[in-house]
Write a protein that binds this ligand. Structure first.
Ligand code: ARG
Length: 619
């Protein structure tokens, strides 16, 4: 079998320097498949007469390996002639290569297959050498991205939209970070607005200092519910007094609402006492959020929020909008009529209220400006539910109309709804409840297998970790835009494509390596040419794809791209166990197979960690 050194020599003989990227997106040192891309492009360029720089990116990976390890759609090269005929001719002229089997012409496609012996060598030794660094390529080096995600509202429930934003945003942050980006994780809290006037008044009536310190998020929510009930009562009384029907809008909402309004007005005017109380609510809530996010492996760089947007930034934005004729007056308020700016679908939006106060949209405009000034980001991602599509389109359009060259660097990553998010105790209100429920259910599932359960050392920890995996994988299994039904039974099951299944696959491969008890040094120096069975070959080819999967994910920004891959890989892995035995094999075969299993373990571990899961070794 060719050694890695001799492969490098052969590459150099083809004038492919695998240490230096030959093409903008090529990383032969971290992505073994790029070696083959280089080789194929090198041969195809003279045959097709197309510039090698155009051939290279036309070589695509495939989801189903029987179609080839890499394929080329002949029409992509834009060579005159019948694509089927061209394909045939090119294949005939393609020279024999130590790296490749004979390519196949199949209709308008060329299919390339890597030589097993070479593939085993470059892929498995690369994985075992790079370990947790296998997968990502450093394509984001020197670039900065802000990922704004989760962004719950203080004193209001943490709903499914926030859960999805947290999971997807956490993943997108890790993905960019792994690919070399400088990532700023930002939580933009809903921490300003009239609801804080309501909360302020509510706290003076129903608040408890003790409860606040103990569990601020829950207590503030309870206070908020109680005081709102009072306001609703007063509104009802007012309607009855005026003989109005249920739900009718009122000019005067009763004394408590008035008090709340006044409280928020004091906050807006900078009243120290009102602000001090608000700040305590905010600070204590953030402390609590930090703990909960930590359970999902998420740490924020910044807890920003609507309250943190400076008046100066917003004033500047409104002045610019006026000056550039983006906004206009309408009934005392300031609005933007998008229909006049070539964006019919966006309708109209208020940017400054009649009383001069700002709105959600205004704060977002100011926030974006401040963020650009502070971070000079290359990309800013807003992970927000699809219900806010219009809001973000309006925001981005205004930034564009304001002439900011960075407006195009803002991106909305949206997602669909989750249905039926409830626990046995009722509808979910807090992230903590969701995680607690998943843990409890997982614990029950584990207890069903008494023998196994008896061997688990830290059942509480395992139940919590695996339960969380269930919640997260369920969320990341489909395309973001598709909603799903929150199904705690399904997500905590070991059957089907679930988080617990991935955890199980990880523990199983760990246990095989543990039981074999062969020193890592022997595994690292295994003779990989002994891996000849189709099961081995297919698994290696699948492991080879992982770096390309991540590159693809950077384009789709879909967690499911990674999740789907991991299920495909673990299915191949689990079907290998019956064929590629370890314990009963001869020593050298054993070592080669262990090298394969160790590589699979590394890729599974890397993929799971990237998704935000904590892979467990035993359960
Ligand atoms: N707090 C908002 C909500 O819960 C989400 C914030 C989204 N981000 C933004 N920049 N508008 O609906």
């Amino acid at each position: 079998p060719p050694s890695l050194e001799s492969l490098h020599e052969q590459l150099q003989a083809l004038s492919i320097d695998d240490q230096v990227p030959v093409f903008p997106d090529s990383n032969p040192t971290s992505n073994p498949v790029d070696i083959f891309r280089c080789v194929i492009a090198h041969h195809l360029a003279p045959i097709t007469g197309v510039d090698i720089k155009l051939v290279y990116p036309a070589l695509e990976w495939t989801q189903t390996l029987d179609k080839g390890d890499l394929i080329l759609a002949v029409p992509r090269l834009r060579v005159k002639g019948n694509p089927t005929e061209l394909g045939k001719q090119w294949v005939e002229k393609f020279p024999d290569s130590p790296f490749l089997e004979r390519p196949k012409a199949d209709g308008t496609f060329l299919r390339f297959y890597f030589k097993n012996s070479v593939l085993n060598q470059v892929v498995l030794s690369s994985i075992i050498k790079r370990k947790q660094n296998y997968g990502p390529v450093n394509s984001g080096k020197g670039k900065r991205v802000i990922v704004e995600f989760s962004s719950p509202n203080i004193a209001k429930p943490f709903h499914a939209g926030h859960l999805r934003s947290t999971i997807i945003g956490g993943f997108l942050s890790s993905l960019h970070e792994a690919c070399g980006w400088d990532v700023v994780r930002m939580n933009y809290l809903g921490d300003w607005g009239k609801q804080f006037g309501i909360l302020g008044v509510g706290f003076t009536r129903f608040g408890s200092e003790e409860e606040l310190v103990k569990d601020p998020i829950r207590h503030l929510f309870d206070v908020y519910v109680d005081i709102n009930a009072v306001i609703e009562e007063e509104k009802k009384a007012e309607r009855e007094k005026l003989g109005l029907p249920e739900g009718a809008k009122l000019k005067y909402n009763g004394p408590t609402d008035d008090e709340a309004r006044a409280f928020f007005a004091r906050m807006e005017d900078g009243d120290e006492e009102a602000l001090a109380l608000w700040k305590r609510f905010r600070d204590l809530s953030i402390e609590k959020y930090k703990d909960t996010y930590a359970r999902l492996n998420i740490q924020y760089d910044i807890y920003s929020g609507e309250s943190q947007v400076s008046k100066e930034a917003m004033d500047k934005a409104t002045a610019m909008m006026k000056e550039k004729n983006i906004s206009e007056e309408s009934e005392g308020a300031m609005i933007v009529d998008f229909t006049k700016h070539g964006a019919k679908k966006l309708g109209k939006a208020i940017v400054v209220k009649k009383d001069g106060t700002s709105l959600y949209l205004t704060r977002d405009i100011g926030a974006a400006m401040e963020r650009y000034n502070k971070y000079k980001f290359d990309k800013m991602i807003y992970v927000v539910a699809t219900q806010q599509d219009l809001h973000l389109q309006q925001l981005f359009k205004i930034l564009e109309l304001l002439g900011f060259e960075w407006a195009g660097k803002c991106q909305h990553i949206n997602f669909g709804m989750v249905q039926g998010m409830s626990t046995r105790k009722g509808t979910v209100k807090f992230l903590d409840d969701i995680l607690a429920e998943a843990k409890e259910r997982m614990h029950e599932v584990m207890k069903k297998n008494e023998d196994k359960y008896a061997q688990v050392e830290e059942p509480e920890f395992i139940a919590d970790t695996v339960g969380r995996s269930g919640v997260m994988v369920q969320d990341m299994s489909g395309k973001r835009i598709n909603g799903y039904t929150f199904d705690i039974d399904r997500m905590t099951s070991f059957e089907g494509d679930t988080g617990p299944y991935l955890q199980y696959a990880h523990t199983r491969v760990c246990s095989i390596l543990r039981k074999a008890d062969v020193p890592m040094e022997k595994i690292e120096n295994a003779d990989l040419s002994l891996l000849t069975e189709p099961h081995a070959t297919n698994l290696v080819r699948c492991l080879a794809q992982y770096p390309d999967v991540l590159q693809q994910t950077l384009k789709t920004l879909e967690p499911t791209t990674v999740v789907t891959y991991l299920f495909k890989m673990t299915h191949l892995l689990s079907s290998s166990y019956n064929v590629l035995h370890v314990l009963s094999s001869e020593d050298d075969v054993k070592c080669a197979r262990l090298a394969l299993y160790e590589s699979a373990r590394i890729v599974l571990n890397n993929g799971m960690s990237l998704l935000g899961l904590v892979p467990v070794e035993r359960m």
